[in-house]
Each structure stands twice: as C-alpha cells, then as structure tokens.
Design a protein around this ligand. Structure first.
Ligand SMILES: Cc1cc2nc3c(=O)[nH]c(=O)nc-3n(C[C@H](O)[C@H](O)[C@H](O)COP(=O)(O)OP(=O)(O)OC[C@H]3O[C@@H](n4cnc5c(N)ncnc54)[C@H](O)[C@@H]3O)c2cc1C
Length: 462
C-alpha cells in the first residue's frame, strides 16, 4: 500500500494487534483503537495486589504457528517451549492419565505418548490409536452436525472421558456433549498431525501482556502509528471516495480501510445501526454473531508462603471444581514491592459453565483449597488468592454456530477476531490468524497497481 493509506483497527485484542502490525508492515498508517486502558483484550495483564496476573490462565501449543511467528516478528521474549506433558496432581488420583509426548514428527509423538500413557490399559491404548488413525485416514473430516461426544462414542469409556473429553473442554471451552466434532478434529490434526513440535506446550516467560500486547504498542509507536487506548471507536458512515468514517471520543476521521477486531458480543456496537440496514452483508454477519452463545472461564490463583512442588507438566485435576493446574513461578518472580510475600503461585483453570458459576469467590477458593488437599494429602492451605471470572471468555463452539469469515465484509471493511477463524476454536491462534487474514484481504483490496501487497518480511501466510 502507498504510505498515505489511512487504516483504522478497532479493537486491541490479539486479533487487532496482529492486524495492526500486518497493515503497518504493508505500508499503511495505522490508528489502533482500544476501549480498555491496555491492549490485550481477553488475553491481557491484570495487576492485583502488586502481582502481574493474567485475566485468565492461557495455554498455547506448538501448533500456534502464526502466534509464534507474530511473537518473533515483534521481538518479544521467546516463550518457553516444552514437550507436551500431562500428569495428575498425585499418582493416586482416580481415572487420571499421564501422557508425555516426545517432540517427534507427527503422528509418532502421539503414538509414543499413547503407547507409554499411564492410566490406560493395553486394549484402551490400542483403541485410542486406532480411533486416531481412522480420523487421520479420513482427513480429520467429521459430519457437520456431529458433537465430540458422538465422535468419541465408539471408544472405551475411559479413553473418551478421561482423555479426549477433558482436552475438548480445555480447547473448545464447550462441553463434549455440545462441542463441534469438526473443530475438535481440527485441533487434533493441528497438534498431533502438524509436524514436529506441534504438540509442544508453550508458555510465556511472564504475563500475557509481555508476549504480544506490550510489544505491539511499542512497535506501532516506534513506527509513527497511533495507539489510542481507553478509546471506543465506531464505524459511523460511508465517506466520499470509498472511505469509512470512524468516530472516537469527540473526533471523527475518514479512513481508506477499517478492520473491526472486537469480541462477538461487542460487534453490533462497533457500527452505527443504519450501516447494517444499508448493507445486507453486514446485517447477515451481525445476525449470525448475535446468535452465538458464550461460555465462561474462571481462573483461581492461589498463593503460598512456602514453596509447593509441582511437576513440570500440565497438571490434571478431577474437575471438582478445578480442571487443570499450572505452576506460575513467573508471578512470584515479577512481584512488585507491595505484593504479598509468596514463594509459589498456582493457577487453576475451570472452563465452561458448571455448578461453580453460582458460587461466591470465597467459596470457590475454599473448594479449590480442599480439592488440592484431597488429591494430594499434605498440600498446604493457600495464604493468598484471587479469582478472575471471564463470563464471556469464548463463543460456545457448537456444530450449529454460524460464524462470518475473517476478511472483507464490505469494500475496505474487514472483520477479524477469534470467532471468524475457520480452523481453530476461540484461541489466541484463531485471533492472530484472523487478524492477519483480515489485513491481507484489506491490503489487497487497497492495493496500488504494481505494488506488492505485503512485504516479504511481514511473515504472513495467505
Ligand atoms: C479466561 C480465558 C482463558 C483462555 N484460555 C485460552 C487458552 O488457554 N488458549 C488460547 O489459545 N486461548 C484462550 N482463551 C481465548 C483467547 O484469549 C481469545 O480467543 C483471544 O484473546 C480473542 O482475541 P480477539 O482479539 O479475537 O478478541 P478480544 O481479546 O476480545 O479483543 C477485542 C478487543 O476489542 C476491544 N473493543 C471492543 N469494542 C471496541 C470499540 N468499539 N472500540 C475500541 N475497542 C473495542 C475490547 O476491549 C477488546 O480488547 C482464553 C480466554 C479467556 C477469557
């Protein structure tokens, strides 16, 4: 694009960050608008009691190729990469499976992990492998209306309920009885059939802000672009010469192109209502998005004055109420002077709706405390806690969820956001992929004849 192209990106979550960086790389002048005081959206730093927390515990995989590419592009500290390891909190935990995948090429990593899995009998291991091989043979294609429960119904019960169902709940944030088999199969294909290291477990070295949001703000500011936080923006009208008028605070400007990268429940508010009446394509996208249901994710942080030893793995709990536990030593390492004196912090993740929805936070903390002591006798009570409940963490990833695609919805107006990705469920990778695709589509539509759309160093895979 020629440098005088003015682009507005509305929404500074990971989709908006990815779009803004790609459009800046493509030569546009970018204004990035974010309603909240910080960038990051549903994956952002939250400072509580002098501790740098995340708004919710996140897990990334080696299969998050575009996210990792963006992190590298931004020069952010490289995250920690470990071979996938899932282990129960204690060896005596009923129905728990220990899975360690070596960093081998697909599908040998999963083959080795299942053959060596603890907690499954020989027949169950073979059944799990055959099931995966069948899914792979048919190109990971599932009936469009199939649920994960139906997809796994031919498996021995323990393989379905102790292995694939918890992974489905974690990855799709939707219960297996309602979750889309096709999207789950996409995740399995990406992780276990996606090349060496795709199943690796990736964690930032600090809070989520350090990985993409901070680096995006820095990179855009250094390039002379504008990052307007605490600023809600709206597309208000079509302007002359095919441009769009965007209003933010008491200012309104015309832009050559706009990317709207907000969460599904925020989409309708990003446009003046008359635009939808005038443009059936936009009205159709808004109607589909309005019909999406959402699912919560709750993260319970527990702190300890003495160090607690946690296996170097993703720790599986027994769902009563915590589902997964992560050691978060980075939170202790980056604590401010006013923070409580803690030697260890763990984060407990609880995906989707459940009976815990109705519990007050102190009751949830007490239940998690009791759960850890029950599963691992001798586990100490916490001395500090913080509960962060994201009521609209993701859209409910059901087979019937109709979602618009990332890219142009009207001329020079593109949609991005995790809900627009056609492959992954609502994840960081879906957000980044969508932002980059929206940027590519917008840049192509604004292309000046004879110029490259995206420079080779932008790292975008169309
Ligand atoms: C608790 C929790 C745990 C999660 N765990 C994982 C995980 O383990 N792994 C994983 O990959 N994913 C996980 N996710 C999902 C992941 O965080 C999201 O899919 C991703 O962050 C969505 O990014 P986005 O940019 O599409 O949307 P958002 O992050 O929602 O960004 C939209 C942004 O737009 C802003 N905005 C809205 N309207 C306007 C407006 N009019 N003007 C200006 N700004 C506006 C909002 O403030 C927001 O910052 C989790 C999410 C949560 C909440």
């Amino acid at each position: 694009m020629s440098p005088e192209r003015q682009i507005a990106v509305i929404g500074g979550g990971w989709a908006g960050c990815a779009a803004a960086i790609a459009l800046a790389d493509a030569g546009g002048r970018v204004d990035l608008f974010e309603s909240a005081p910080v960038l990051g959206g549903r994956a952002r730093r939250v400072v509580r009691h002098g501790l740098n927390l995340d708004n919710g515990q996140h897990l990334m995989l080696g299969a998050y190729r575009e996210t990792l590419d963006l992190v590298a592009r931004l020069g952010a500290p490289a995250p920690v990469r470990r071979a996938l390891a899932i282990a129960p909190l204690s060896a005596s935990q009923p129905n728990a499976i220990t899975l360690r995948a070596p960093a081998w090429p697909a599908p040998f990593a999963l083959l080795a992990a299942l053959l060596r899995a603890r907690g499954l009998g020989p027949g169950e291991r073979v059944a799990a492998l055959r099931w995966f091989a069948r899914l792979r043979r048919r190109g990971f294609r599932c009936a469009p209306d199939a649920t994960v429960e139906a997809l796994t119904s031919t498996l021995p019960a323990r393989v379905a309920t102790a292995l694939w169902h918890p992974l489905c709940l974690a990855a799709l944030n939707t219960h297996p009885r309602e979750a889309s088999a096709q999207v789950f199969a996409n995740v399995l294909a990406a992780a276990f059939d996606g090349g060496a290291g795709a199943a690796d477990w990736i964690a930032p070295r600090g809070d989520l802000g350090t990985l993409v949001p901070d680096a995006t703000a820095r990179h855009l500011a250094e390039g002379g672009h504008r990052v307007a936080t605490a600023t809600t923006a709206h597309v208000v009208a079509r302007a002359p010469a095919g441009r769009w008028r965007v209003a933010a605070k008491d200012d309104a400007r015309d832009y050559d192109g706009v990317v709207v990268a907000v969460a599904p429940h925020q989409l309708a508010h990003a446009f003046a209502p008359e635009l939808a009446w005038q443009a059936p394509a936009l009205a159709g996208a808004l109607a589909d998005v309005a019909a999406l249901a959402s699912e919560p994710i709750t993260t319970v942080y527990l702190g300890y004055v003495d160090r607690v030893a946690v296996d170097d793995a993703i720790i599986r709990l027994d769902d009563r109420p915590g589902q997964w536990l992560f050691a978060r030593d980075d939170i202790v390492a980056t604590a401010g002077a006013d923070a409580p004196q803690l030697a260890s912090v763990v984060a407990i993740a609880i995906s989707a709706h459940g009976e815990h929805d109705a519990w007050p936070h102190p009751a949830l903390v007490a239940a998690c405390d009791a759960q850890l002591a029950r599963l691992s006798p001798g586990w100490p009570p916490c001395t500090w806690s913080q509960v962060i409940e994201e009521k609209r963490a993701t859209y409910a990833c059901t087979p019937s969820a109709r979602r618009p695609a990332s890219g142009l919805v009207l001329p020079a107006l593109a949609l991005a956001g995790d809900y627009t990705d056609d492959r992954f469920p609502a994840t960081l990778e879906a957000a980044v992929r969508s932002g980059r695709r929206a940027a590519v589509a917008l840049a192509a539509s604004l292309r000046d004849v004879g110029e490259p759309v995206i420079p080779a160093n932008a790292g975008i895979q169309p």
